[in-house]
Design a binder for this molecule. Sequence first.
Ligand code: AMP
Ligand code: ZN
Length: 137
Amino acid sequence: MKKDDCIFCKIANGEIPSRTVYEDEKFRVILDLGPATKGHALILPKEHADNLFELPEEIAAEVLPVAKKVADKIKANLHCDGLNLVQNNGEIAGQTVMHFHMHMIPRYENDGQKILWKPGEPSSEELDATLKQILQA
Ligand code: AMP
Ligand code: ZN
């Protein structure tokens, strides 16, 4: 379903023009207007879901095959040295547009970007407790 006030619904469904690098029945992949690097693209499902938590499983299962197709094309034609897949869910995680999207960020030697986190140093007991918490019924 489309959401009337959602810009990525309008872009994904072609109501607003975009620089489309890939399209099929369920997805459109566009160039990000504020790219981290040359070729930064966004995978947009045509069906609206706010984020990963809301995304239907069958759409989720099709995201990575799309990423793979586009990654191969970007690598072949832009000659990137690597590529980050980044996917933010919720404001706290840096999501600014509340329509699920996956970033594809080609990486180049000396591109000046940093897509990293500060590693924590939990004890073995803390890791065990986290595991137990995640696995609880
Ligand atoms: P996020 O922070 O994960 O929600 O990412 C939103 C991304 O969408 C940012 O990288 C923006 O540069 C990009 N963006 C926002 N509006 C548009 C638009 N109209 N067309 C293309 N990219 C957009
Ligand atoms: Zn939407």
